[in-house]
Design a protein around this ligand. Structure first.
Ligand SMILES: NC(=O)c1ccc[n+]([C@@H]2O[C@H](COP(=O)([O-])OP(=O)(O)OC[C@H]3O[C@@H](n4cnc5c(N)ncnc54)[C@H](OP(=O)(O)O)[C@@H]3O)[C@@H](O)[C@H]2O)c1
Length: 273
């Protein structure tokens, strides 16, 4: 890992997302990346704990000291109870990267007394390194802070800088919540297949492999969703018959427009709370 020379990182919360991050950092340390790790977590996964020990990470230190970057990966509702302990990692040069859903930059700045805060929205495919994480930096952040954040987010998949924090509600509604829309698509496709006569297990296998395969095809060919859709759609064929229904009034486009708008509104509401 380049950027800051041997940055010190304190991860608070090594659950699903924090665990995915730190597993990637362990690999970076093994490959000789200059990185010193401290992890605070009440219930370590035993394999993760062993791997962290093996790279010399400090776990649940009784007397924490300042680090270059604090990474907050606890649940948003847990955050208030972690503030006092997390403040012990704060020094004059400390930045904070938060992946907590819905917590504005200003709330983190106020709680920890740190100005250089980066807010990130990952999504669940991050657990297998195939996610997309959007991030936005406080005005006080430097180019070096951005570089370090992008390097630290690498284990989760690709990274997208976002220009303004107000757009994080839309990001949450699209990529943050988006995997659930795709899983629902697989579920309802399977249910429709079952209604047409397939048994439940076959229907679910066909639907989930179709969703997974279509996603992989889009990623691996680099062709756009629109191009790939046209390739499957012959004039007067079966796909066109289905797309006429999905593209009609009350079809997929207005429905998703409504869904994304509802999710963004809820994200704004939670942010105010
Ligand atoms: N999963 C997603 O799709 C997703 C997407 C975008 C953003 N996020 C955000 O990512 C964050 C983490 O989500 P997650 O799914 O990884 O949650 P998670 O699996 O519950 O991880 C949170 C971890 O923090 C630990 N923890 C609890 N209290 C703590 C404390 N006082 N100090 C240190 N660690 C503590 C928890 O331990 P215990 O389990 O023992 O309590 C748990 O291991 C959340 O803020 C969420 O909003 C998640």
């Amino acid at each position: 890992m380049s950027g800051l020379d041997a940055p010190s990182i304190a991860l608070v919360g090594a659950g699903a997302m924090g665990g995915a991050l730190v597993r990637g950092w362990i690999e970076a340390v093994r490959k000789g990346g200059g990185l010193t790790l401290t992890v605070v977590e009440p219930h370590f996964d035993p394999i993760l704990e062993r791997d962290l020990d093996a790279v010399g990470a400090v776990l649940n230190p009784p007397e924490p000291g300042p680090v270059d970057m604090i990474v907050l990966a606890v649940k948003p509702q847990t955050f208030p109870s972690t503030v006092e302990a997390t403040r012990k990692f704060v020094g004059p040069g400390t930045r904070v990267m938060s992946i907590m859903a819905g917590i504005p930059i200003e709330s983190v700045q106020r709680a920890l007394g740190v100005q250089r805060v980066i807010r990130c929205v990952p999504n669940t495919p991050a657990r297998i390194g195939r996610g997309v994480t959007a991030y936005v930096c406080a005005a006080e952040c430097t180019a070096e802070d951005r570089q370090l954040v992008e390097q630290l987010l690498e284990p989760l998949g690709t990274v997208e800088p976002i220009a303004a924090e107000r757009l994080m509600d839309v990001v949450t509604a699209v990529s943050g919540s988006g995997p659930a829309y795709v899983f629902l698509l697989a579920e309802v496709l399977a249910a429709a297949a079952e209604q047409e006569g397939l048994d439940r297990d076959t229907a679910m296998r066909l639907a989930s492999r179709t969703v997974a395969g279509a996603g992989a095809l889009m990623l691996e060919t680099g062709e756009t969703a629109g191009e790939l859709r046209k390739q499957v759609t012959s004039p007067g064929g079966t796909t066109e018959a289905a797309l006429d229904v999905l593209g009609g009034n009350g079809g997929l486009a207005p429905l998703l427009r409504h869904a994304v708008s509802a999710a963004a509104a809820r994200s704004r509401e939670l942010g105010r709370g």
